[in-house]
Design a protein around this ligand. Structure first.
Ligand SMILES: Nc1ncnc2c1ncn2[C@@H]1O[C@H](COP(=O)(O)OP(=O)(O)O)[C@@H](O)[C@H]1O
Ligand SMILES: [Mg+2]
Length: 238
């Protein structure tokens, strides 16, 4: 009797990319009892650039903080497939050293690297965000967009696989805004990173692979960024 081939051998390779971020049935309450997230679930595939939208106060920052373990979840499960880097809205709350190179190196101190290893990691990370030439530049002399790229370089230097960015363009002018979103799009492609980016600016949806809308404490819509862009154009104040 001939051997029966395994069913659908090709289905394995066609399988959906494994999730880098998996949130299942997460609820979160402040000590006052106010619920922010209610049975919230979402998945972000490995190597994808996803955006998260929602009105002010809808819980976007709370969700990102839960993913980064800056807050502790109360119910449900959260799985992150690798090390996580966080980029805040205001880089002045994040950059702590006087110069670009020193700031990126600061995140590596705990790794006890040799001087040469440290230098290489810092230079590689700064090259990835096109700031290699600004290593000695004081942080105060950078533009807002450059500061955000230093924050991203810090995460790359630490080999973070997942970037969480909480309205990283909110304080930027329109040109720097588009530069930054393009930069992250390119990093996701070239380094296989996964990014979850919170925004209010619908123009940014042109650069991502997938989008989520957070409403009433859970994801109320998800999918093609262009479809969400059209839908929100009428209901959303940029
Ligand atoms: N530290 C806090 N203590 C109590 N309530 C908070 C705190 N931070 C945020 N909130 C409340 O949680 C809700 C969600 O906030 P947030 O996640 O910051 O929303 P978003 O980022 O979507 O604007 C809001 O009602 C906000 O007022
Ligand atoms: Mg927020």
């Amino acid at each position: 009797m001939p051997l029966i081939p395994p069913p659908f051998p090709e289905s394995r390779s066609a399988a959906k990319a494994p999730a880098a971020i998996a949130v299942e049935d997460v609820s979160f309450y402040w000590p006052s009892g106010a619920a922010v997230l209610r049975h919230c679930s979402l998945e972000v595939g490995q190597g994808k650039f996803c955006m998260l939208l929602g009105n002010n106060g809808s819980g976007k920052s709370t969700l990102l903080r839960l993913l980064a373990k800056l807050l502790a979840r109360q119910t449900g499960s959260i799985h992150m497939s690798g090390p996580v880097g966080f980029v805040f809205q205001n880089p002045d709350h994040q950059l702590v050293m006087p110069t670009v190179g020193a700031d990126v190196a600061f995140g590596l101190v705990k790794e006890k690297l040799s001087e040469a290893q440290m230098k290489k990691r810092v230079e590689d990370a700064l090259s990835a965000v096109n700031l290699w030439h600004l290593q000695r530049r004081p942080i105060y002399a950078l533009s807002g967009g450059q500061k955000q790229r230093v924050a991203i370089a810090g995460a790359i230097a630490q080999n973070c696989q997942i970037l969480l960015l909480d309205e990283p363009t909110a304080l930027l002018d329109p040109d720097s805004q588009i530069d930054l979103v393009r930069q992250v799009q390119a990093l996701v492609k070239s380094r296989g990173l996964t990014a979850l980016w919170v925004t209010h600016r619908l123009a940014e949806l042109d650069y991502c692979d997938y989008a989520f809308l957070l409403e009433g404490g859970a994801v109320s819509d998800r999918g093609d960024p262009q479809r969400l862009k059209q839908k929100l154009k009428t209901s959303y104040i940029e």
